[in-house]
Design a binder for this molecule. Structure first.
Ligand code: HEC
Ligand code: HEC
Length: 206
């Protein structure tokens, strides 16, 4: 009987510990920095569409996320919402915390498309072909066919339209001055507000 009891408790503990491991695998938790800080505005998985001016980070390129946090830290990304919201956060992060947050958000399922409030033909055309007469390069040549993002090129698909439009304006006004922003400035400087709005609407619907 004693033997049977110990066998039973042994089996029970194996079952329990594998159940615990399984639960851990299914419900992988965010690194402490995301859990304690980033989640407040970006949500834990980075795909909360509630606040239009807060970018969705789910599925974003990890390289790009790291670069941007460093740009908030060194002050080269200096548009007003960056100064208000991201500068104070970025000052206190270690290189390890930045990397962990970047890898976490990059590995989350991409955000759901946001249904557009009108036709997206003009936006699609700008994205795919650029605007020849205004000297605007086709966005697709850098951001890719699905705007999914890779390396220094950010994911744009499923981003909130309000955030995308704001960033295009910040490039044009040259207040966003991190290293790779130089690549976007000549693009944005030749777009009108209406064209920016059209392409932002198209991208968020992807
Ligand atoms: C208090 C709110 C707040 C918190 C907390 C916060 N963010 Fe942000 N974050 C923002 C806002 C607002 C923006 C948009 C800034 C802009 O428009 O320039 C932003 C922008 C970003 C961007 C740029 C994304 C892009 O597409 O260019 C990254 C990357 C980022 N945050 C990462 C983080 C990480 C990592 C943390 C946690 C360590 C964090 N944020 C915490 C509000 C916050
Ligand atoms: C020559 C390459 C290139 C072309 C063409 C290009 N982009 Fe970009 N784009 C970039 C790079 C690189 C960045 C990252 C800039 C940075 O790190 O500040 C970027 C950033 C952006 C961002 C900011 C995203 C964020 O999360 O903050 C938006 C919006 C954007 N591009 C839209 C467009 C649109 C719309 C077009 C076409 C009209 C376009 N881009 C054409 C290279 C390009």
């Amino acid at each position: 009987m004693k033997h049977a009891t110990s066998l039973f408790s042994c089996l029970l503990s194996i079952t329990l510990s594998s159940a615990a491991l399984q639960a851990q695998a299914d419900d992988k938790t965010a690194p402490p920095i995301v859990h304690s800080t980033c989640f407040m505005c970006h949500s834990e998985r980075g795909n909360d569409p509630d606040l239009g001016f807060v970018p969705r980070l789910a599925g974003q390129s990890a390289t790009y996320i790291e670069e941007q946090v460093n740009a908030f830290r060194d002050g080269s990304r200096a548009e007003p919402p960056a100064i208000i919201y991201m500068w104070p956060v970025a000052q206190n992060l270690s290189a390890d915390q930045i990397k962990q947050a970047a890898e976490w958000y990059a590995s989350q399922p991409a955000p759901q498309p946001i249904p557009p409030d009108g036709p997206v033909d003009e936006g699609r055309s700008i994205y795919m072909n650029g605007i020849l007469s205004a000297g605007v390069a086709a966005c697709v040549s850098c951001h890719g066919a699905k705007a999914a993002g890779t390396g220094i090129f950010p994911r744009l698909a499923g981003q909130t339209p309000q955030y995308l439009l704001a960033q295009l304006r910040y490039f044009r006004a040259a207040v966003r001055n991190d290293t790779s922003a130089e690549i976007m400035k000549p693009v944005a400087q030749h777009l009108t507000d209406e064209q920016m709005d059209a392409v932002a609407k198209y991208l968020s619907s992807l």
